[in-house]
Design a protein around this ligand. Structure first.
Ligand code: 9MR
Length: 574
């Protein structure tokens, strides 16, 4: 009896010792960049997956900072993923739901970056992603009370903008103030303004309360209007100045050549109104018709102005259906030119139909209903009609048959994209990575979220959350692509304003363009003695200021981030 007592005591002491040893081992484990997780974290009721790259591993633990293990699971061999050339193992702890702060620990490999499991996971990131637009405003006083350490002098007033001959005007100048800078450059482009505002207004149409008044701390906060509408209106007010008297819309407002790396108030290049195009006019018509509908409740005078502008822009485009934009000789700023305007014609008519119910717009959209697709690359060229379909699903004008057609097509598309994602490395729905690839991921997540919106099926919400994991670190680069969120995040953006600023920190909430196989900036990087760390498609990314092809920021990339985080937050955060 006595012997048994000694034996038991010894066993307890031994196992407590080995338990303590293991806790110690876990606490001491180094961070392994091979464990690719969403560095912000996961929703308690959402999917929780991660990848391990180029390591031999079989099991994992979910641990806290004291080394305590809460969950154990096995890793599944995923095989080699060609776009990154990595041998991947996949882990899944979706059934672990306890809120808290954790890491993944893999024996002999190490620990992941820390992450949370929380219902309010994206609350702050959603707000930050929308606040980046405030930071992009061209002309307002950027005061400390709104921007803290990022306060800066006012940018371009754009009160004297010259007509370039390509605009159809030969002399004079115009005042065209306000609006956001497009990206790392100081241009303002109607086409990209449209896709960015259209995306964010779509969120407002289904969740008007997500960015309620006061949620952003911008100068308009406190005016009883949603801060999302306020921020978008800043852009719309500028875009309205881009309409010519005949209804047609000028294509862009930029200098002749991109400015050097200087602060906006220190640039002295003359700015021009350049081109007039069918594409810009249709996109203008779409965004203004959408705005007319959504501002009606809060600012009926503005709403009427938008609708009148939309109507005549559309008429102009119908009369000039092939006035394509190309950069005139001597101009090197962004092109945003498109020769296939099917999507733009659809989007403009869809918004005008939603807002007015007028049959002449219905006749344009009717043959296209049920043809919703996703085309990779250049959302400003290829994703316009998607916004039109989303509006048709939300605005309540379609009859039952037409609505069923759009819903069936949307669900089929969402299912296909979801399958593509789940059969691919890192749950990303494609294997081609081009300029702005992160926005392709986010626009795909948006498709899933609309599928969820119309069907209520949780699988779509989960697919969107899994795609969002890619953005926050579960990817082949190991970066969270959103500044300020995660541990290892993108921060050295190609962004004149931040590059020229003395402030060393990066404004939070921007999403980087992301991996881009074509590396159009290689020459520029070479001149700075820098090269991409890897050239496989899913890894062609570098967090360097010179990399405009993989590390710029842009309004049409941040807009779907706002949509996705706003929607997820509305769903999961109570
Ligand atoms: O996002 C645009 C991308 O699809 C194009 O391939 C690329 C080259 O034409 O241009 C990108 O847009 C840039 C725009 O022309 C000017 N402002 C910065 C934009 C983001 O890089």
């Amino acid at each position: 009896m006595k012997n048994i007592f000694f034996l038991l005591t010894a066993l307890v002491v031994l196992s407590a010792g080995s338990c303590n040893n293991q806790k110690q081992e876990i606490m001491n484990a180094a961070i392994s960049e091979s464990i690719r997780i969403n560095q912000v974290g996961y929703y308690p009721d959402g999917p929780k997956r991660f990848m391990v790259a180029d390591q031999v591993a079989s099991d994992f633990h979910i641990v806290d900072e004291k080394g305590e293990t809460f969950y154990k699971g096995n890793l599944e061999n995923f095989g080699t993923w060609d776009p990154s050339g990595e041998k991947l193992f996949a882990g899944d702890f979706s059934d672990f739901r306890k809120q808290g702060e954790y890491s993944i620990y893999i024996p002999d490999v190490g620990k992941s970056h820390p992450f949370s499991i929380a219902n309010d996971l994206y609350e702050k990131a959603a707000t930050a992603s929308l606040r980046t637009f405030y930071f992009m405003r061209t002309a307002m006083e950027m005061e400390e009370k709104y921007l803290g350490k990022f306060a800066r002098p006012m940018g371009h007033p754009d009160d004297t903008v010259y007509f370039h001959p390509s605009s159809g005007r030969t002399e004079g100048f115009v005042s065209s103030p306000g609006g956001w800078y497009d990206a790392g450059d100081y241009g303002k482009y109607v086409v990209n303004a449209a896709i960015a505002t259209g995306t964010m207004l779509s969120l407002h149409e289904i969740y008007p309360g997500v960015f309620e008044d006061g949620s952003l701390n911008i100068p308009e906060s406190g005016n009883n209007i949603s801060d999302l509408l306020d921020e978008v209106k800043y852009e719309l007010d500028w875009v309205l100045t881009m309409q010519d008297q005949d209804g047609g819309v000028f294509h862009k407002l930029t200098p002749l050549r991109h400015d050097g790396i200087t602060m906006p108030h220190e640039t002295h290049s003359k700015r021009y109104i350049i081109g007039k195009s069918t594409g810009a006019s249709l996109d203008f018509a779409a965004m203004m018709a959408q705005a007319a509908r959504l501002f009606d409740a809060v600012d009926p005078v503005f709403s009427k102005k938008c609708l009148a502008a939309a109507t005549i822009a559309h008429e102009w485009a119908m009369e000039h259906p092939e006035q394509y934009f190309r950069n005139p000789r001597g101009i090197n700023t962004g092109g945003y030119g498109d020769r296939i305007l099917k999507e733009e014609f659809f989007w403009a008519a869809a918004e005008l139909y939603c807002t007015t119910g007028d049959q002449r717009y219905y006749e344009i959209i009717q043959p296209e209903l049920g043809k919703i697709t996703f085309r990779l690359e250049e959302s400003w060229r290829n994703y316009m009609d998607n916004i039109g379909y989303y509006s048709l699903l939300s605005c309540g004008r379609l009859n039952d048959d037409d609505k069923a057609k759009v819903i069936n097509a949307l669900l089929e598309l969402a299912d296909n994209q979801m399958n593509a994602a789940y059969n691919n490395g890192y749950d990303v729905p494609f294997s081609r990575f081009v300029w702005g690839s992160n926005s392709d991921v986010l626009n795909n997540a948006m498709i899933q979220l609309y599928a969820h919106h119309v069907s209520g099926e949780k699988k779509y919400l989960d697919a969107a959350a899994a795609m969002t994991d890619y953005i926050f670190g579960k990817n082949a680069t190991g970066y969270s692509f959103v500044s300020g969120y995660g541990t290892k995040y993108s921060k050295n953006f190609h962004h004149r304003l931040l590059m020229a600023d003395e402030n060393e920190e990066t404004f939070p909430g921007y999403v980087a363009g992301g991996p881009n196989f074509y590396r159009q900036d290689s020459y520029n990087l070479q001149n700075q003695n820098v090269s991409y760390p890897d050239t496989l498609p899913a890894k062609t990314y570098i967090d360097h200021e010179g990399s405009y092809a993989s590390n710029e920021i842009c309004i049409n990339w941040n807009a779907p981030l706002v949509f996705v985080l706003g929607y997820l937050d509305a769903q999961f955060n109570d």
